[in-house]
Design a protein around this ligand. Structure first.
Ligand code: 1GP
Length: 253
């Protein structure tokens, strides 16, 4: 299968263009709400829709993905908290290995168990070094993962982790402070990691405004993910999208 999503991510990076993903949490998004969100994402030129979460308790993820695919052309990327969130109707799957933690289940164990299912799904698989960074308070991901996040002020640990992930052959790095994080990842840490790695860098968790999204891009993030903030104010999508896209080509700090 042609790796269309990863190709789009790397091509944008090659052109020094920043991209934007809206995270859709199936637990908080019914089909009517999804329609409103999809409309805003189309008009705001959102690049990707990520679907999933550390803990999804509703059972309509597959239906939601099918609905999104029917309503728009924005690539749908699964961002699964567990193998139960794998559905063949999406375009791609972030095959997350929690490289910041020391929980073998999330480093490789669940991958072994789900490998046949993932292969059979026909999804484009994007191997991703997932790094959870302390966001100032426990988040669902920090609790569920049963692994210590990287301390927010220890950029050197983040850099070494990211470098190891890249040298192990992972295709993408995702630094996440966790959904709804009190404190998003610092620009200093983003800059440190992006300057020492060359694969695309995804940054998310606790980003609430366009200014922070813009500064993260300037610091070296290639793809910004925002979810929680839009649940309160969906109209913010346009502002954040404009900020991210306007930062394209701006020299990094
Ligand atoms: C969480 O990175 C994502 O895994 C997005 O976080 O919901 O806080 O925007 P928010």
């Amino acid at each position: 299968m042609h790796p269309a999503v990863y190709h789009k991510i790397t091509e944008l990076k090659r052109q020094h263009k920043k991209s934007f993903a809206v995270l859709v949490d199936p637990d908080k998004t019914n089909l009517a709400k999804a329609d409103e969100l999809i409309g805003l994402c189309i008009s705001s030129k959102v690049d990707f829709l990520f679907v999933g979460g550390s803990l999804v308790v509703s059972d309509h993820l597959e239906e939601l993905v099918q609905h999104i695919k029917k309503e728009c052309d924005i690539p749908v990327v699964l961002f699964p908290g567990s193998p139960s969130q794998v559905t063949p109707y999406a375009d791609a799957l972030l095959y997350l290995s929690l490289i910041s933690g020391r929980n073998p289940e999330l480093l490789i164990g669940q991958h072994v168990v789900s490998a046949p299912l993932v292969r059979k799904s026909g999804l484009e698989v994007i191997s991703t070094g997932y790094m959870v960074i302390d966001g100032g308070a426990p988040t669902t991901v920090s609790y569920i993962s049963n692994a210590n996040p990287i301390p927010a002020d220890k950029s050197e640990i983040a850099v070494c982790t990211a470098m190891a992930g890249e040298m192990l052959g992972l295709k993408l790095l995702y630094m996440d402070a966790g959904s709804g994080a009190k404190t998003p990842i610092t620009e200093q840490m983003i800059q440190a990691v992006s300057s020492q790695t060359s694969i695309p860098l995804v940054v998310g968790g606790g980003i609430r405004d366009a200014e922070k999204a813009y500064r993260n891009c300037k610091a070296g993030a290639d793809l910004i993910v925002v979810g929680n903030a839009f649940e309160k104010d969906p109209q913010l999508i346009k502002e954040v999208s404009n900020a991210i896209h306007s930062s394209s080509g701006v020299p990094q700090i």
